[in-house]
Design a protein around this ligand. Structure first.
Ligand code: IDP
Ligand code: MG
Length: 140
């Protein structure tokens, strides 16, 4: 499997409950290395742009409101097959359907406040990493 990078976001429901370290421990135990990380409070414009692909979905406005409701932690994860590996350790979008041991099963509050974002393809990972980080911010 190739070494890859993917974009992860620890969402406001998790930062509010002071779970950044616990989420990071699950990521690291899954073989992912945090090679860049920053805490920030997204503006409405940033959240709208980041989730533009979902603009037509009924939950879009609520999602933007949620993602701007508190700080997030954006991070670049590196590892073998990192995009899929992170999706696996995140678990299903709806925590009620997430597998045991996944971040969403362990920590998510509901289908919206589901603790983490992860890129869903290598192509989207590159675009999402560039949304938050300059190349010089990433130290592998
Ligand atoms: P993903 O985060 O598992 O890739 P997506 O379908 O890309 O799931 O949705 C992006 C985010 O939008 C989800 O993580 C969740 O926060 C929110 N979301 C997705 N589906 C729903 C829904 O049916 N109701 C409310 N929020 C949703
Ligand atoms: Mg998605």
């Amino acid at each position: 499997m190739p070494t890859e990078r993917t974009l992860s976001i620890i969402k406001p429901d998790a930062t509010r409950r002071n779970l950044t370290g616990k989420v990071n421990a699950v990521l690291e135990a899954a073989g992912l290395r945090i090679v860049a990380q920053k805490r920030l409070h997204l503006t409405t414009a940033q959240a709208e742009a980041f989730y533009a692909v979902h603009a037509a979905r009924p939950f879009y406005r609520d999602l933007v409101t949620f993602m701007t409701s508190g700080p997030v932690v954006a991070q670049v994860l590196e590892g073998d097959n990192a995009v899929q590996r992170n999706r696996d350790v995140m678990g299903a979008t709806n925590p009620a359907q997430a597998a045991e041991g996944t971040i969403r099963k362990l920590f998510a509050e509901n289908i919206e406040a589901n603790s983490v974002h992860g890129s869903d393809s290598a192509e989207n990972a590159a675009a999402e990493i560039a949304f938050f980080f300059a190349g010089t911010d990433i130290v592998g």
